[in-house]
Ligand binder design. Structure first.
Ligand code: GAL
Length: 407
């Protein structure tokens, strides 16, 4: 076990008097909370001078937490650390001058070679590294209820979109009213992105986010048309559901499938549901749609020393093992042994080594928060009106207004 010894310099007259480290996340329940508790445990051993304070605000993908955080940052009352996604989302905080450069700590803690170079690039702006990654999650995973699938005669998940539509029809014919469980805005973005990867392939999908792609083309129209069809297999009350409500439909056997990131593996495990299958979304092949949770040191944090001990814990092999075993993700560090990880994560670790990587907009690796907000509203409107041309126009104008070309 790597040691993460930290001491407080918070002596009378030199510090702010606090030993507390407020850790702000949206990991409030189930597998997400279990992962956070894993990190808290290592922090408790390695950072004895400090006290963990849980600042979690519930709501999948930070749907509530991000607003609370934005207003705290604006008011100058940041938590001691908060969770931020690697990539464009992190750049938002860097550009707004809200977080500290951690390059010196990378040197001091030996982190520079601990993570894949591509990931470090996503945490770096102008040569400075701004956060410590905790994990790699995969977004494009299809979860299934094995019993419901078997009853409809489906013993193997489809590997093409056509095959998937055929299976969804089989499920309907077998009396499953809602073959595919779905939730609100950001979960719809995820389903749409998985379908886009199948329809466009990884190069064109990546191009959409780096400013060289075409949101207005005929292939996008065809993808949105297929997405409209896909929505007919989902629950009509989707816009009121968080991802865990859709997950409950799967667990209760009311739905056969759900597209969701691999925090679902941890959550199903935490809830004791064992009857699940998983596969990459049909047609995605060996594409690994990645995202990474990372932690930062906000400017003006009350207990910077405590935060540093937290960040050192997050970046340590011991911290990454305890966290990721419970969280459904895989360690961002390349030197954490696979032993002791659940079967799902062992499979994901293998896939990660050879996969084609693409980022995710709703989980910050592909797009800034302003862009994500615009896509989310367009998607929400489409969920109600099903207007293909309107969605395509809205996506194209969101890319023009908030994408890399707008800068
Ligand atoms: C993502 C986050 C994951 C998981 C998920 C659902 O944005 O990266 O760790 O928490 O939201 O809430």
């Amino acid at each position: 076990m790597a040691t993460v010894a930290c001491t407080s310099t918070d002596e009378p007259g030199t510090g702010t008097g606090t030993k507390e480290v407020e850790v702000f996340t949206w990991w409030a329940d189930g597998g997400e909370k279990a992962g956070l508790t894993g990190l808290e445990t290592v922090f408790g051993t390695e950072c004895k001078d400090f006290k963990f304070v849980n600042g979690a605000v519930a709501g999948g993908a930070g749907s509530n937490a991000k607003q609370v955080l934005a207003s705290r940052l604006q008011q100058g009352t940041p938590p001691d650390t908060f969770q931020a996604h690697a990539g464009a989302e992190l750049s938002d905080y860097i550009n707004d001058d809200q977080i500290e450069d951690l390059s010196a700590q990378y040197g001091e803690w030996g982190l520079s070679n601990a993570f894949p170079k591509g990931l470090i690039d996503n945490l770096t702006v102008d040569g400075k590294i701004y956060s410590v990654p905790a994990n790699i999650h995969r977004a494009n995973v299809l979860w299934g209820n094995k019993t419901v699938l078997a009853k409809a005669g489906i013993t193997k998940d489809a590997t093409t979109l056509e095959g998937f539509f055929a299976d969804l029809d089989k499920l309907k014919a077998a009396g499953v009213a809602t073959p595919l469980a779905l939730g609100k805005d950001w979960t719809q973005q995820m389903l749409f992105e998985a379908l886009l990867i199948s329809k466009l392939g990884p190069e064109k999908f990546n191009a959409l986010w780096n400013g060289t792609g075409d949101w207005a083309g005929a292939d996008m129209t065809a993808a949105i048309t297929d997405y409209k069809k896909l929505l007919t297999y989902t629950n009509s009350d989707r816009d009121t559901f968080d991802w865990t409500d859709a997950e409950k439909m799967l667990m209760d056997g009311k739905a056969a499938y759900q597209l969701m990131g691999d925090w679902e593996a941890a959550d199903l495990d935490a809830k004791g549901f064992k009857d699940y299958s998983y596969s990459v979304f049909p047609g995605n092949g060996n594409v690994f749609q990645w995202l990474a949770d990372s932690f930062v040191l906000p400017k003006g944090a009350k207990n910077a020393d405590g935060t540093k001990c937290w960040l050192k814990t997050v970046g340590s092999a011991a911290g990454q093992a305890e966290f990721n075993k419970k969280k459904g993700s895989i360690p961002a560090r390349t030197d954490v042994p696979a032993d002791g990880f659940p079967a799902y994560q062992q499979a994901a670790m293998n896939d990660w080594k050879t996969a084609v990587q693409v980022p995710s907009c709703p989980h910050g690796s592909a797009c800034a928060q302003t862009w994500q907000g615009a896509v989310g509203s367009a998607q929400g409107k489409f969920s109600t009106d099903g207007d293909v041309a309107a969605l395509q126009a809205a996506l194209a104008s969101a890319a023009a207004e908030f994408g890399p070309k707008a800068k």
